[in-house]
Design a protein around this ligand. Sequence first.
Ligand code: F0G
Length: 391
Amino acid sequence: MKRSSHQHEFRCIACGTRVDISKRFTCPICGELLEITYELRTRRQGFVNSLKKPPPYNVWRYRELLPIGDAHPISIGEGGTSLTKSDRLANMLGLTELYFKNEGQNPTASFKDRGMTVAITRAKELGVRTVLCASTGNTSASMAAYAAKAGLRAVLIIPSGKIAKGKLVQAIIHGARIVKVSGNFDVALGRARRMAEQRDDLYLVNSLNPYRIEGQKTISFEIWEQLGKRIPDAVFVPVGNAGNISAIWKGFRELKQLKLINRTPRMIGVQAAGAAPLATAYDRRQDRIVPWAHPETWASAIRIGAPASWRKALNAVHESNGSILSATDNEIRRAQRLLADHEGIFGEPASAASVAGLIKARRTGLIKRRNAIVCVITGHGLKDQSIIQSE
Ligand code: F0G
């Protein structure tokens, strides 16, 4: 079947305005972020047919629900990560069904590759020559690798001295141009957004680019398929810039809209306590965040004070009857250790926030013994060796 990129639209998540975009990702009326929508009805049969293919799973298996026309995917084998059933931690936490979605198994060792394969394929489709992002490390590592594969130039803006060495090594080896700014991620993202606005030749691939979100929503499709087309009761996700929790929720929402599932999981976001504007807004029942000027946490990947996708994340949590928790650095450290020495999974500090959140949720009774739980382990621990300095 011939596909065309015109089969999707962009809709403002706040005012609902339908927008025609190529390179800008905010609503011209109210300035909020856009999301991609499809006429799902016409895509249902194609999607269902693609599910009949035997595994392996991967991002492009779900192409019917991706916003890419006939373009050849820029792929390095993203997605298809393990969903591992827990024995020891489940036991310890008094849970009957606990799984880890191990996103560290992606080509550059984080979930970012799922979104990047789609965003870089789109960049090629648009004919851009240079891609740009700000990053706490993983987005830049992923962008650099996919840009290399696509033959694009990569420019990344990083907060000086604030990203884990392993991630910087990845960006360097894949040949990205690195611009360091003093200040934190939020400053770097502000700079990247302004550069992309001023220069038509730069294509921004941060998660405010809705093509990223489309790729990342395949985490949900895989979880659903790997559980034998069952839906967990809750999904725990570390939250930084808040793109991923929004993406995972969009995936489940679309499965429900397609009537392939009749209920959705609760989305539980987990922020580091030192960088928790969303958890704070959630606790205070506020419908918007107050950005934190000086976010601080050991989990450098989620050291973010002004999450760009805050509104999408709050929507995800409210619509799914979920929650946003926070975990202290000590709780995150302990969770990282537990995951490593009870399950054999080495997640980077930010990844362990999902487990730290689950431990807390068991203590407070938010999660019950028989709830089926998935914790998303977002990136591999080898990227971040700061554990040595914290010994
Ligand atoms: N876990 C890891 C390992 C991350 O690298 C990130 C974000 C998150 C969780 C949070 O995901 O931002 O979608 O809420 N890293 C970004 C980066 C910010 O630049 O690599 P989010």
